[in-house]
Design a protein around this ligand. Structure first.
Ligand SMILES: Nc1ncnc2c1ncn2[C@@H]1O[C@H](COP(=O)(O)OP(=O)(O)OP(=O)(O)O)[C@@H](O)[C@H]1O
Ligand SMILES: [Mg+2]
Length: 508
């Protein structure tokens, strides 16, 4: 039997199709009826499920200024106060926002066949009940058996087991201000994916770790066999795999005439090496220098472009790590970019990783994957003036990845600076606190589900609270994020403690 919470009544032009008010019963079995609680009432269409959006407390005694003055005046003896049982006149009402109508199977009262949009308001006089846990789980779209447990649905005792397929399939974004808890939430998701039972199916995870925040996973005994970390100081792009026109991506100003010439040199080098030997950028440069025929200006320009690329120390005779061997199902491969300072270099690395992953996935040489990109606004910026080599491929994966089970997770503290094309393709959004009005507006523009009301709530979320919306759930829900099972050593680092512990690493 469901818990009775109150009775629907008429208040301020309500009920209408989207909302209804109810008077809260004085006794609700010890349950405090509060904002965020899921409730239902029977309407003529079926069971109308909604969420309490607002609670108002009213007391007729205290609605009139003169009465309050008389009541509180010094001449009013206490005995008179006793005659005014003002407490008894206090009552609370709740305003419920309707979410949908559920139709139950005739055979089983706790299973319902489908959720419909409501077309008719709740009836005044009808009772309002608390939605039971089992029904609420199905209604929200929780997958208790195989889902990823990220915490608790707010104002309920339901564990937020997010359905992995629904979350990953259409990409997702994790957004908040700096320090809002994005990396923390990401590590909770990674914990869930890595500790998921083999039989349930887990994709390969690839993490672009800009600040080296995830390397600690390698030191966790329970996880370490599933974690690989590459310090990108040793990262190498395979020069022989680059055709002349790929160089245009790295050196935009290179002209078509110069590219034609470059193609010629690459061709001879490949032929000379029997198409097998691994050559470097330096060898292409030597090939150009040794050529006695070509135009001097073109040769000089090409040498200039290639030398500049060579100085990045990114282009080697072969790929390192070899991406198709590196990426494994149920494991995480972390690319640690912590030691890279140059933003251009970081973008080239990310571009290469993404391009290779997407190519290999399309060829079915690697398993379905989840690619997580931290600080994604650096790699896929919105503004035309802040060019990033990696933008094109990230947008391509965002648009086309779903068909190849190449899933993307974009993490950003500046949604406004993140490409709208990419952001609007991330169907599920895990939103923590965002304060900046421009970021909020950008979010509202990129997703129609984010209304002004949600925007207001997002700006008041605390650390550890998130709004989860989009394909992962049937209705937006607020979640209290669970604690990490495996602690990062920097978790409780404070400025004062760091100052005490600090020692100069390299004495000059
Ligand atoms: N759910 C949570 N429970 C407990 N502590 C949390 C939670 N989420 C975040 N924190 C704490 O808040 C701090 C900031 O979190 P985190 O590093 O995840 O932020 P961030 O959004 O990734 O920031 P940045 O944008 O700067 O990378 C950390 O010290 C972390 O321990
Ligand atoms: Mg972070």
């Amino acid at each position: 039997m469901s818990l009775k919470l109150g009775i629907v009544f008429n208040f301020l032009q309500l009920p209408d199709v989207s909302k209804y008010p109810f008077v809260i019963n004085k006794r609700t079995g010890g349950l405090l009826v509060k904002k965020g609680l899921f409730v239902y009432t029977k309407s003529i269409e079926g069971y109308l499920i909604g969420i309490i959006e607002k609670i108002v407390i009213l007391n007729e005694y205290f609605s009139d200024a003169l009465t309050i003055k008389a009541y509180n005046s010094e001449t009013n003896p206490n005995i008179l106060k006793g005659l005014f049982p003002s407490d008894d006149f206090e009552y609370a009402i709740a305003i419920v926002r309707n979410l949908g109508i559920v139709e139950f199977n005739d055979s089983n009262e706790t299973e319902f066949s489908r959720i419909k949009r409501m077309m008719y308001p709740a009836s005044p006089g009808k009772e309002v009940f608390l939605v039971e846990k089992e029904i609420l789980e199905v209604f929200i779209g929780i997958n208790r058996k195989h889902g990823l447990n990220v915490g608790k649905v707010k104002v309920s005792d339901i564990e937020a087991f997010i359905d992995m397929d629904r979350l990953l399939n259409k990409h997702f974004a994790i957004l908040s201000i700096s320090g809002g808890g994005k990396s923390y939430l990401t590590s909770v998701l990674i914990e869930e994916l890595l500790t998921r039972e083999n039989g349930y199916g887990t994709p390969a995870i690839i993490m672009v770790d800009v600040h080296g925040e995830y390397s600690y996973l390698k030191n966790i005994p329970a996880l370490k066999s599933k974690v690989k970390v590459v310090d990108t100081s040793y990262f190498q792009i395979s020069t022989p795999s680059l055709g002349a026109y790929s160089f245009k991506k790295y050196q935009e100003q290179i002209s078509h005439v110069q590219l034609r010439e470059l193609a010629k040199y690459i061709k001879t080098l490949r032929k000379d090496n029997d198409f097998k030997k691994k050559y470097t950028l330096n060898e292409i440069i030597e090939e150009i220098e040794n050529d006695s025929e070509g135009g001097k200006n073109t040769k000089q320009a090409l040498i200039g472009w290639l030398s500049e690329l060579d100085r990045l120390k990114l282009f080697g005779p072969q790929e390192n790590p070899v991406i198709n061997n590196f990426v494994k199902q149920g494991e995480i491969s972390i690319f640690n970019l912590q030691n890279e300072i140059s933003i251009r270099k970081k973008q080239i690395i990310v571009d290469y990783i993404c391009t290779r992953l997407f190519y290999l996935r399309r060829m079915n040489e690697i398993p379905p994957f989840l690619l997580i990109i931290e600080e994604s606004h650096q790699f896929c910026p919105e503004a035309a003036h802040s060019k990033a080599i990696s933008k094109y491929i990230i947008e391509t994966i965002a648009r086309e990845g779903r068909k190849f089970m190449a899933c993307l997770c974009l993490i950003s503290q500046r949604p406004k600076k993140l490409s709208t094309t990419a952001l609007s393709q991330t169907n599920s959004k895990l939103i923590l606190n965002i304060k900046n009005p421009y970021d909020l507006k950008h979010l509202m523009d990129s997703s129609e589900a984010i209304t002004k009301e949600f925007a207001n709530m997002i700006s008041s979320l605390g650390v550890g609270e998130m709004l989860l919306m989009g394909n992962a759930v049937n209705y937006p829900i607020f979640v209290d994020i669970r604690e990490r099972k495996f602690k990062s050593p920097t978790e409780h680092a404070t400025l004062a403690q760091e100052c005490i512990n600090w020692k100069k690493v390299h004495s000059i």
